[in-house]
Ligand binder design. Structure first.
Ligand code: FAS
Ligand code: PHB
Length: 389
């Protein structure tokens, strides 16, 4: 096969990039090693930044988001005895939307189907070739077991943290910055109406807890657990009991109900630089991972792709490589901003140290709740800085 951009990975990064490039008249082919049903059902992010929503609206992919998603004008920070609301529009003039990543991926795949965008699911043995020249290619085995090759001008590595793209960059010199946190998140999806209209991030002596949601009927909640903890240690009853303990507030009750899904996710910060090697460009989780406390993962993948789309547009439509040559540096500026904010939110809310650390965290929480300047800083980072910063 021959195309202009071979995209590895049909997650949010790869799918959105193919849609943006098509709007510039640039052809691409997406390959994905999982099935369509698998990627559409993979339970992940829940919050979209204002910039992400604006971009989806701009390209005509925001319709269902504004029907099934919910605009949120704030979040709550909580510590024993206090629940404080951060008012986004008042502090920074922006909001966020709660709309599951599963739904974003469904909308992006449907758009690919509607526009005839080639997406090959259930491929295997994908390999990247000749990225240092100007005729790179990707080989793979397709779902029917047939060997395939895509000759292209550019390869976009959108294959996530465990993909094959980052190792290609590592082979010619890579800087890795990472931090493993001494805790993980136990997440549940529950068939119970949310007990709160807006997200609650709660500091508690037992550990962090969070209340989010997916719809008026479905709740999404998280608990800080140890990094070696296993889901077998956590019965549904124990999960609900601990969530209730950590989020309790006079006069407020956490409703429980059937747990539909539960799992434990490790927490890490990870940045790999540069995000390019020759004609291979990395975007999304393949290049960086943030702890989900700042709701940045999916939104950072979108931000990478928005920058990469413009760069490839100039490169492939006008032969101008200046934005492509600046891509890694441009993308990494926002990666580090989101990485810092995610680390800051995580460090403020998760118990991991001694009483001295506890007092620092409680002081930080009280300061954010009492200082409009501190609250505005949280608000503008949480709702997302404009994509061009
Ligand atoms: P993705 O990982 O989504 O997509 C990469 C795609 O490439 C996958 O479909 C994969 O199957 C495919 N692929 C991999 N190797 C391949 C190969 N060799 N050949 C072909 N295809 C290949 N973010 C938040 O903001 N909030 C959250 O609460 C949150 N929770 C998360 C929970 C978990 C368990 C995980 C893993 C991530 C979570 N994230 C969260 C982050 C997540 O949403 C990512 O930021 C987002 O999926 C990034 O999108 P992509 O970069 O497209 O990577
Ligand atoms: C979610 O709803 O899954 C969610 C929301 C906000 C976060 C992390 C996860 O910071």
């Amino acid at each position: 096969m021959r195309t202009q951009v071979a995209i590895i990975g049909a997650g949010p990064a790869g799918l959105l990039l193919s849609h943006l490039l098509a709007r510039r008249g640039i052809e691409s082919i997406v390959i994905e090693n999982r099935s369509r049903a698998y990627v559409e059902a993979r339970l992940r992010a829940g919050v979209l930044e204002q910039g992400t929503v604006d971009l989806l609206d701009e390209i005509g992919l925001g319709k269902r988001l504004h029907v099934d998603g919910q605009r949120h004008d704030g979040i709550h920070l909580q510590w024993p005895g206090t629940r404080h609301r951060i008012d986004f529009p008042e502090l920074c003039g922006r909001s966020v939307w709660v709309y599951g990543q599963t739904e974003v991926v469904k909308d992006l795949i449907q758009a690919a189907v509607d526009t005839g965008q080639p997406v090959h699911f259930e491929v295997s043995d994908a390999q990247i070739h000749y990225v240092d020249g100007d005729s790179p290619s990707v080989t793979f085995t397709d779902a029917a077991g047939e060997p395939q090759r895509i000759d292209c001008d550019v390869i976009a590595g959108c294959d996530g943290f465990h993909g094959i793209s980052r190792p290609q960059v590592a082979a010619t010199g890579q800087q890795v910055f990472q931090r493993e946190y001494p805790f993980s998140w136990l997440g549940i999806l529950a068939a119970v109406p949310p007990s709160t209209d807006e997200l609650i991030y709660a500091w508690h002596p037992n550990g962090f807890a969070m209340h989010s949601m997916r719809s008026p009927e479905i709740s999404r909640l998280y608990l800080q657990v140890t990094p070696t903890d296993t889901i077998e240690n956590w019965s549904d009853d124990r999960i609900w009991s601990e969530l209730s303990t950590r989020m309790e507030l006079d006069g407020w009750h956490l409703a429980d109900g059937p747990v539909l899904e539960k799992g434990i996710t490790p927490m890490r910060s990870f940045v790999s630089a540069p995000m390019r090697r020759g004609r291979l460009f990395l975007a999304g989780d393949t290049a960086h991972i943030v702890p989900p406390t700042g709701a940045k993962g999916l939104n950072l993948a979108v931000a990478d792709v928005a920058v990469l789309d413009r760069a490839l547009g100039d490169l492939l439509n006008r032969g101008d490589s200046s934005l492509a040559d600046a891509y890694s540096e441009t993308a990494l500026r926002r990666v580090w901003r989101s990485t810092h904010f995610s680390w800051w939110m995580t460090s403020m809310l998760h118990r991991a140290g001694d009483e001295f650390d506890d007092q620092l965290q409680l002081s930080q929480l009280r300061y954010v709740a009492s200082s409009p300047a501190a609250a505005a800083s949280l608000a503008e980072n949480y709702t997302g800085l404009p994509l061009d910063r």
